[in-house]
Design a protein around this ligand. Sequence first.
Ligand code: ADP
Ligand code: MG
Length: 342
Amino acid sequence: MSPAILKIDALSKRYGGRLAVEAASLRLEPGKVTALLGPSGCGKSTLLRLIAGLDHPDAGTITLGDRILAGPGLFTPPETRGVGMVFQDFALFPHLSVLDNVAYGLRGASRAERRATALWHLDAVRLAERADAFPHMLSGGQQQRVALARALAPKPAALLLDEPFSGLDAHLKSEVRADLLATLRTAGAAVLVVTHDAAEAMLMADNLVLMAAGRIVQTGAPDVCYRRPATPEAARLLGEISQLPCQVSGGVARTSFGDLPAPGLPDGPAQAAVRPEGAILGGPGVRAQVVAHGFGGAFHEIELDREGQRLRLRLAAAPPPLGATVDVRLDPMHAAVFPMQG
Ligand code: ADP
Ligand code: MG
């Protein structure tokens, strides 16, 4: 299928009285990897099922290029959408060989042609020599590659992957991820990968979609979402933050640990979110006390106290001792100020 943009507009899905997905809108571009990140139960799998056509939306539209896949009174069945999916548990057919699993979704061509196409896709994930094996004979990482080959074989315009790394051992993840990314990029499809791991999402994706409680709270490039989160929720989804109550006056937020720019925010109480790398120790600043220490392997973690407010930081170098007083200055590059919620 030719490259096309997958557009989702104001898509909603209700289970019983609860909105699992609420007015979700996003764009997936050919050849780009988008990571969908959000806590468990926020609606990620539901959104994927809606896009794949495994579930009917209550409202909204899905279009691929100029084809409407779902909309008011319209529903294209999954097998003709041109949308592939890799399920969280891979969902391979246990009674079919690896080759037949990959050939399963191929239509039209002769059996010999289908097998040849399947073999080509197995070769692309370096599993051609296991073509006659059955899924239970393969490792988790190999099963995932079969599922990927199966999803890619019909040349989908869009590919959806639901938590593709959750079933894999931690030590395998980065290797499998690099492999998967290489395969995805050559396939040229618009890719949406679900994960609940922030670092994984940022490392993999050209774009992020941040989701919480059924709603998309922010979309954008990983570094933009990380540095300029749209909401405190978006900030928290991408990594740890220290929350500091503050007062805004004339576009400047005053926190216990010093000032931060808050352009455009109304005067009054607000909330600052500071990343663990969001402060500079030594040099000019305010004085704070080191009240906690931790060793995280590649970094040290410290907690500072000033006026009863806590700031948690990560340092590459050896930290000042517990109980020491240090000079600290906030780095606006790694901090954001939000209006009070509610
Ligand atoms: P995630 O994949 O982000 O963990 P899901 O999309 O699986 O979240 O679920 C979102 C919400 O919808 C949850 O509250 C879940 O319990 C509910 N839900 C999902 N699928 C169904 C279903 N088939 N029937 C009823 N409720 C469902
Ligand atoms: Mg899920």
